[in-house]
Design a protein around this ligand. Structure first.
Ligand SMILES: [Zn+2]
Length: 427
């Protein structure tokens, strides 16, 4: 099997180029949302599914009438419409976990897509390359790693801190059938205190947020909240000062995100390089981090505590780690095995005695039967390593997703009539 790979480089546009790219990024988001609305409308009014070709024709029309739409390179606009079509394709595919396409909010990362034939990449020196983009010309980027193939597509994005250009590259890499060291098995336990504990006793952790950043974020977010309240009360559009506060929040969050991603990729890379089989607890991160709020009639219990735990789980990047493992495992031939999560933290890995009192504290495990002592997370990782593979869950992904997807379908005739009667004329 051959693989396509993603390559991402730090991009250094001039101020002029950056201004133009920012405005294109907003246009792309507008286009995506408008095209989505158009597809909703066509379906609800005429039971017609609009495809890419039809929407591209509308785009051509819009380019004639609106200068700021015409400013966006036509190929980027078409690429956005293709992305929306892909989002619909994923939604309709029962094998794919994606739900119905949703609007892109203003807070998502700015990005401008280009098809491969619209960009041209060349190397300037040992450290620098340039990508020529339609209308803005050559933009320099840091040549931090070899491209290794032909460019299929490109995405220019801004995450609040820096610009990047990502290339989808047809690399033609041969994927290995099996791992170089076939008999190496490791169990990994994901924790809240220590991010990753391995069955061989290694423990990896890193703080992604500094205490200063935590303080800054709390201050900035409450400030943004006050500004938003004031804006609503006065019924005006956002101010420059409010925009600057939001940009500062985005910058800080992007730094934290980058640090987390760096750690997760580094760990996945190491683990996959050293082991043929990686065993993980089967965790439903999404279900685990659901809110405990409950309803007004039946308020939940320990809502604040649960919110704190959710934050801690999301902060450690458990889901992201699994994604990184899966992606890295492709190129090393590593097998990822998920095992049932129950009792791994309460069972003694030496004699099998299971009791909640075995876990003396967050960090300490002491067996009440044989007296075995170990770090609690490492003990759990050993249990994960020795556990049998989990049977597929009773409610399979495809089954569960189909029911979830059913609820996202456009409204039925009766629902629309009821909505109309309720005075919601938008449906
Ligand atoms: Zn024991």
């Amino acid at each position: 099997m051959e693989a396509d790979v993603g390559r991402r480089y730090r991009l250094y546009p001039t101020d002029e180029q950056a201004d133009r790219l920012v405005s294109w990024g907003h246009t792309c988001r507008w286009l995506y949302n408008t095209a989505l609305e158009q597809r909703h409308f066509a379906w609800q009014q005429r039971r017609v599914t609009l495809g890419v070709a039809a929407q591209c024709a509308y785009l051509t029309q819009a380019r004639k009438e609106l200068d700021w739409v015409a400013d966006l390179p036509a190929q980027s606009g078409q690429q956005v419409l293709r992305q929306l079509d892909q989002a619909y394709g994923n939604w309709w595919n029962p094998q794919h976990p994606a739900g119905a396409p949703t609007r892109k909010r203003r807070s998502v990362r700015l990005s401008v897509p280009f098809p491969g034939q619209a960009v041209h990449v060349r190397r300037l020196s040992r450290r620098w390359g340039a990508v020529s983009l339609p209308k803005v010309g050559d933009v320099r980027f840091r040549w931090s790693r070899p491209l290794g193939g032909t460019v299929r597509n490109a995405v220019v994005s801004f995450d609040g801190v820096a610009w990047h250009v990502g290339f989808g590259v047809h690399a033609g890499i041969k994927l290995p059938e099996s791992h170089a060291q076939p008999d190496t098995v490791v169990g990994v336990d994901r924790g809240v205190k220590v991010a990753l504990a391995m069955s061989d006793g290694r423990m990896w952790n890193r703080a992604f947020t500094t205490s200063g950043q935590e303080r800054d974020l709390a201050r900035l977010k409450s400030k943004a909240g006050r500004q938003e309240t004031a804006r609503r009360r006065r019924g005006v559009r956002s101010s420059n000062r409010a925009r600057e506060v939001r940009a500062e929040i985005a910058r800080t969050e992007a730094k934290i995100r980058n640090r987390r991603r760096d750690f997760v990729m580094w760990a996945a890379n190491r683990i996959c390089g050293q082991h043929a089989t990686v065993k993980l607890e089967r965790l439903q991160v999404k279900a685990m981090t659901a809110t405990a709020k409950g309803t007004a009639a039946e308020p939940g219990i320990k809502v604040r505590q649960k919110a704190g735990l959710n934050r801690a789980i999301l902060d450690k990047g458990w889901g992201l780690f699994e994604q990184a493992l899966a992606s890295r495992a492709r190129t090393t031939g590593t097998r990822i095995v998920r095992v049932p999560a129950a009792f791994t933290s309460q069972r003694c890995s030496r004699c099998g005695y299971t009791d909640r009192n075995n876990r003396e504290s967050q960090a300490m495990f002491r067996c009440g039967s044989c007296g075995y002592q170990a770090n609690a997370d490492v003990n759990a990782a050993v249990n994960v390593r020795d556990a049998a593979e989990a049977a597929p869950p009773v409610t399979g992904r495809a089954v569960r997703d189909r029911s979830r997807k059913a609820s996202c379908r456009p409204p039925t005739q009766r629902q629309r009539r009821a909505a109309l009667e309720a005075g919601i004329s938008r449906l």
